[in-house]
Design a protein around this ligand. Structure first.
Ligand code: PEP
Length: 250
């Protein structure tokens, strides 16, 4: 059985008080209900330390990290520093990092290597724009993103990878990929993993979906054959909504 994962991407949201409250509420909920999935909050840097020290049943991950260990990189936080405070999971390749901060496939590859060297679990995000989908290039776009930044890892290293398929046109827009559209892409990703690695690794890799996932659509999405959970933005900021999504795996 593949690992199921429900992860919240808080992005640049919440006050410190709200962050602590949300971490505590979800941690308590998970401890009590023991859902059959791993639950992670990808939190802003400044709340990581307190988050890590205040939860027991969920994980707290980082939304970003700089690949160099240390040095003259004003304003950056290294993955090494993150690991040192107890971070075990990191997002790499989110479309907001690709689009707003112009992170290239080559730079993402260097982040993948740094995270791998630190034994961090990588949540590698990939996804197409609406025009790439309309032009029938969505599958090729996503597979190229994987080939350019993560498929160079060895079989052993790839075991620390979770793929998050997030169609850009569905992020924060209220438009969700239909369960069939999402599952088709997850199957294509799994087939590409099988081609680059082997059937066993393809079968074991968790591939989660992100893009306007909410309580009303999570269940249908998560019950698709190749969808192993979700990366949740907006709906992870409201404890009731996030609990409801987690409960898909009760
Ligand atoms: C995300 O940013 O990873 C995301 C999936 O956002 P939303 O759920 O708000 O579309």
């Amino acid at each position: 059985m593949r690992k199921k994962i429900v992860a919240g991407n808080w992005k640049m949201n919440l006050t410190s008080e709200e962050a602590l409250k949300l971490n505590t509420a979800i941690d308590t909920f998970v401890a009590k209900n023991e859902p059959k999935c791993e639950v992670i909050h990808f939190s802003p840097y400044i709340y990581l330390n307190e988050g890590i020290n205040s939860v027991e049943s969920i994980a707290i991950g980082a939304q970003n990290g700089y690949p160099e260990k240390n040095g003259a990189f004003t304003g950056e936080i290294s993955m090494y520093q993150l690991k040192e405070i107890g971070v075990r999971n990191i997002l790499i390749g989110h479309s907001e990092r690709r689009q707003i901060f112009k992170e290239t496939d080559a730079f993402l590859k260097s982040k993948v290597d740094a995270a791998t060297n630190l034994d961090l679990t990588i949540f590698f995000c990939c996804g197409e724009t609406i025009s790439q989908r309309e032009n029938g290039k969505h599958v090729a776009t996503v597979i190229t993103q994987l080939e350019n930044s993560i498929f160079h890892l060895s079989e052993e290293q790839f075991k620390n990878v979770v793929i998050a398929y997030e169609p850009i046109w569905a992020i924060g827009t209220g438009k969700t990929a239909s369960p069939a559209q999402a599952n088709e892409m997850h199957q294509a990703i799994r087939a590409a993993i099988q081609k680059n690695y082997n059937a066993e690794i393809a079968k074991k890799t968790s591939i989660i979906y992100g893009g306007s996932c909410k309580p009303t659509n999570a269940s249908e999405l998560f019950h698709q054959s190749d969808i192993d959970g979700g990366l949740i933005g907006g709906a992870s900021l409201k404890s009731e909504d996030f609990m409801s999504i987690i409960s898909t795996y009760k």
